[in-house]
Ligand binder design. Structure first.
Ligand code: C2E
Ligand code: CA
Ligand code: CA
Length: 696
């Protein structure tokens, strides 16, 4: 048995308690429990068992009359027995009907009742023993034996019934067996004395057994209470965990998971109620550069502040959540007009500068909205469409909101088609490289060529590079495309004049991918191309996606001797302080400036860019030059490198070779383009601005 105890869950109070111990001799074993659950449990037991105890006493009283029939003073015996029956009945009824149910009694009441029950043992037992002595005095030996059996059985029954009130059970034993044994000693009948002693021993043993049972009962109740307590704690923890799993740790806002679960719920409710709602996906503008320049701690703080501003407009009809990174979600109970009003409010709210660590930080945001059920009928489809509307508004006009429209649906389908075409494309055969010359306006010599990607898909035909490159980036397969294109360009380089520069565009994904950078370096080395011939063109926006990683990779490329050009200059971040820190060798002025040179202000900007290039010591290339007039203007402004349809269109390698042959290429001297020189405007250019004479 002790083994069984030890294998049980260890518990402070009872784990090491052996079944047979001397603990019952200790006064503490007989004190009332202080545990409210145990007290109520004891009361519940008594409420069930005490009526039985009184029933037993009533039956014994009636049985005694039958037993003593014809013996002694029947009037006295009958009166006493009748009294026992009456009192027993009243007490039994009282216990059954007049005492409160265990779940309705207070702990103090229960304790008081236990105490009173223990005390009640004294008069009952003493009067029963006295009654037994009376019967014993008048009975013949057989009747006396019957009385003895009745007394012992009554005591045993009472001890059983009072099992969960050990104090009372002990009192029963003491007040019955002790006087009865003394009585038998005095009466001098050895047989009855033996009966009394054996009975006392048995009842004492029963006390021990009932005490064990009571201990087990106490233990059960305590462990049940402990279990309930632990279960309560586990439930509270589970609730807390669920709350945490649904909360964004940084901002304390609902997180993506909670947002999507609300969205699921909203879709179901709206589907059955036939009502509409709008989902918004919000993306911060200019967060990335702030994070890169001021550090992640500031970035985190900024996100918290953004969260606070957004939370300030949250209501019963507007749920705001952080979806991750600098993306937030809006769940709007209302129609498109409500969503538009909220969109404007949010944009104004986030447009106001944030003051953090003494820095005045300006953000902004773009929002894509999708309304139920027009944009989608499942949570995921409606969320994706809001995301797509965001993607579109970010590409078209940052700092605004837009709804998912039927045109976007068409666009989305085309994108999906494009995605699957790109995923199944045979890149080696479907991708091609066209080359567009970059010309020196001073000499009409070809300085280099820019490689431009072409994709002739077997499934969807010719696809614009800006389109398929975006898709490839989203599909995370840009690395393969860049590898294929760069290998093709360097393969061409072998058949091109040795001093011709080779410009190659790198995308956002490329400059943050160590694998792609390794591959670019390895291809240059393997092909034996002089790194000085190679220029990688990178746009500002691509650069800013992950500034630190980009810088590390760019430095690696530059350290091997390749040049870096900042592409599409003027369309991105264009912070001058930032620009001075970028490790670049060239700047390409975006076509949007070059083709608007005639506009007032644009010329000034281009002149400013050129003088800035001079200050920074970087080369300046004007791209998208579409007319000789623009060539002239650029030349007058001091720009000597240009690229554009007016000079040469992008062409395949065969056409480029033919075009260059006309130019009488000499290694080390660039390619003179007589074709260009023959153009009247270019000739005029040459006359007006003769190339600087070479020092002899
Ligand atoms: P980009 O790097 O700014 O390339 C110049 C784009 O301007 C080319 O468009 C070129 O064909 C076009 N262009 C050149 N001169 C003129 C002109 O006088 N007028 C006009 N209107 N356009 C002119 P394309 O080939 O469609 O390429 C578009 C963009 O796609 C490129 O812009 C570049 O961002 C991207 N791209 C092209 N090839 C690659 C590539 O191999 N890798 C990566 N990552 N991006 C590429
Ligand atoms: Ca470019
Ligand atoms: Ca460009």
């Amino acid at each position: 048995m002790p083994v069984t105890k030890q294998t049980k869950r260890p518990r402070a109070a009872s784990a090491a308690k052996p079944l047979v111990s001397a603990s019952w001799l200790k006064p503490s074993s007989w004190a009332y429990s202080t545990d409210p659950d145990v007290l109520i449990g004891q009361y519940a037991n008594l409420k069930r068992q005490v009526p039985l105890l009184y029933l037993l006493l009533i039956i014994i009283a009636i049985a005694s009359l039958y037993l003593m029939a014809g013996a002694g003073p029947f009037l006295i015996i009958g009166t006493v027995a009748g009294l026992f029956v009456a009192v027993g009945t009243v007490r039994m009824v009282w216990w059954i009907w007049f005492l409160p149910e265990p779940d309705q009694i207070s702990v103090a009441e229960a304790r008081s009742l236990l105490h009173r029950t223990t005390l009640a043992v004294l008069p009952i037992c003493i009067s029963y023993v006295a009654y037994s002595f009376l019967l014993d005095a008048y009975g013949d030996p057989t009747q006396r034996a019957g009385v003895a059996i009745c007394l012992v059985m009554t005591a045993t029954g009472c001890i059983f019934c009072l099992m969960h009130l050990p104090q009372a059970a002990l009192l029963v034993n003491l007040t019955t067996m002790v006087p009865y044994s003394i009585y038998q000693v005095v009466s001098g009948n050895e047989t009855f004395l033996m009966v009394a002693l054996i009975a006392a021993m048995v009842t004492t043993l029963m006390i021990r057994v009932s005490l064990n049972a009571h201990e087990a009962f106490t233990e059960l109740i305590t462990s049940r209470a402990e279990l309930a307590q632990q279960r309560g704690k586990a439930e509270r923890l589970a609730v807390e965990n669920a709350r945490l799993a649904m909360t964004d740790v940084l901002t304390g806002m609902p997180n993506r998971r909670l947002f999507l679960s609300y969205l699921e719920d909203r879709v179901q409710r709206s589907a059955s109620a036939g009502s509409g709602f709008v989902v918004g996906v919000l993306d911060l503008d200019r967060f990335k550069p702030v994070n890169d320049i001021h550090g992640h701690a500031t970035g985190d703080y900024l996100l918290v502040e953004v969260g606070k501003r957004l939370q300030s407009i949250a209501s019963d009809t507007l749920l705001v959540a952080r979806l991750g990174g600098d993306e937030f979600g809006l769940l709007i109970d209302g129609d498109d007009a409500t969503a538009s009003a909220i969109g404007s409010e949010v944009i104004t709210l986030l447009h106001q500068p944030f003051l953090i660590d003494g820095h005045r930080l300006s953000l902004g945001c773009s929002i894509g909205f999708a309304s139920f059920p027009f944009a989608g009928t499942t949570a995921i489809s409606i969320f994706d469409r809001a995301d797509y509307a965001l993607y579109d508004v970010k590409a078209e006009r940052r700092g605004a909101y837009a709804f998912f429209t039927p045109e976007l649906e068409t666009h989305l389908r085309a994108e999906t088609e494009l995605e699957s075409a790109l995923l199944s494309a045979d890149l080696a055969s479907e991708l091609a490289v066209e080359l567009q010359p970059i010309i020196c306006l001073d000499t009409a010599k070809v300085r280099g060529v820019e490689a431009l990607a072409r994709w002739n898909s077997a499934l969807v035909g010719q696809v614009d590079p800006t389109r398929f490159i975006k898709v490839a980036e989203r599909l995370n397969i840009m690395g393969n495309i860049t590898t294929t294109l760069f290998a093709k360009l360097l393969a061409y380089a072998v058949v091109l004049p040795g001093d011709l520069g080779l410009s190659f565009n790198l995308s956002t994904c490329d400059i943050v991918s160590p694998g792609t950078i390794d591959m670019l370096i390895a291809t240059i080395v393997d092909q034996g191309i002089a790194p000085e011939r190679v220029t990688f063109e990178i746009t500002e926006t691509a650069w800013m996606q992950d500034y630190q990683t980009a810088i590390t990779h760019i430095e690696r490329l530059r350290s091997m001797g390749v040049a870096i050009a900042l592409d599409d200059f003027g369309t991105g971040f264009s912070s001058l302080s930032y620009l001075s820190r970028l490790p670049i060798d060239k700047i390409k002025i975006d076509r949007s400036f070059v083709c608007n040179l005639a506009e007032p202000g644009v010329g000034k900007i281009v002149t400013a860019i050129m003088s800035m290039c001079e200050t920074l010591g970087v080369e300046c290339i004007a791209e998208g030059v579409e007319s000789m007039e623009d060539c002239l203007t650029l030349k007058r402004m001091g720009c000597s490198l240009a690229q554009g349809y007016a000079l040469a269109r992008p062409m395949d390698i065969a056409n480029l070779q033919a075009w260059l042959e006309d130019g009488n290429c000499q290694p080390g001297d660039g390619c003179l383009q007589p074709g260009l020189l023959a153009l009247p405007a270019f000739a005029e250019l040459q006359n007006r601005y003769p190339p600087p004479r070479k020092a002899s």
